[in-house]
Design a protein around this ligand. Sequence first.
Ligand code: CP
Length: 312
Amino acid sequence: MSTTIEQLSTRHLLGIKDLNENDIQLILDTAANFKEVLNRPIKKVPSLRDITIANVFFENSTRTRLSFELAEKRLSADTINFAASSSSVSKGETLIDTVNNILAMKVDMIVMRHPYAGAGIFLSKHIDAQIVNAGDGAHEHPTQALLDSFSIRERFGDVAGRKVAIVGDILHSRVALSNILCLQKQGAEVMVCGPTTLIPKYISSLGVKVEHNLRKALQWCDVANMLRIQLERQEIGYFPSLREYSMLYGLNKDILDSLDKEITIMHPGPINRGVEITSDVADSKHSIILEQVENGVAVRMAVLYLLAGQRG
Ligand code: CP
């Protein structure tokens, strides 16, 4: 890696909204360098050996938490992990008190997942440390969108000009909004597809196409990003049943085989097999789901490395 760190235009990563086109290219190019490092026998670099990062998770996570932790370790940062479920949050400690107590232990950067939209933005106004949003409610999940773009770029050579359909529960998805913003900033065309009840009314104002027929969406796109139905964020009654959703919007081999083109299948995980996607599609040669997970480590290394370059 070069010893000169090119600068991001933002001190925190709270959402794709914070990034301009150059920032996104810088992150993806830096991630490509780190992916080369991760393919070497010695996968560790000393870049962040003077930095301590706390992963502060108020919601469950497998991929995001583990890949942030691995990214931090590959960069030689010191890292600590906080899970709200086993913390003093249950005794009534506030978010600001919790984070200020973590920072008192000489922590430099906070990676936070929180169930409330805007939690990272709120925190950034009350603490000094840099913050990386690892998912805030149904708002944004910027590193997921960046790793998705990295995976599309790796597959096709460029994101510009690609047609990406985001299928499923758009209303409750932070992955959808971050992906829409990230893909558009790179010149991709974006369509959302799902039942009317799971597509927010404002979505057309973002300049995305809206389609309610899965087959038409798949016939249009180069890439289908299949989203999980987020029952944890829904009240009862958005659609009659998961079975009916699966019949209308579930991606299976029959639909894929009926298209007159080949498309690439993505999914941010966790997958509900048999609901939004069947196993024979999720595990097929069209799927890059595990490549997305692999790329998550390199992309999060790039984000942490570049944000650390903002320090004095
Ligand atoms: N894609 C994603 O955010 O997965 P986790 O909830 O497991 O982190």
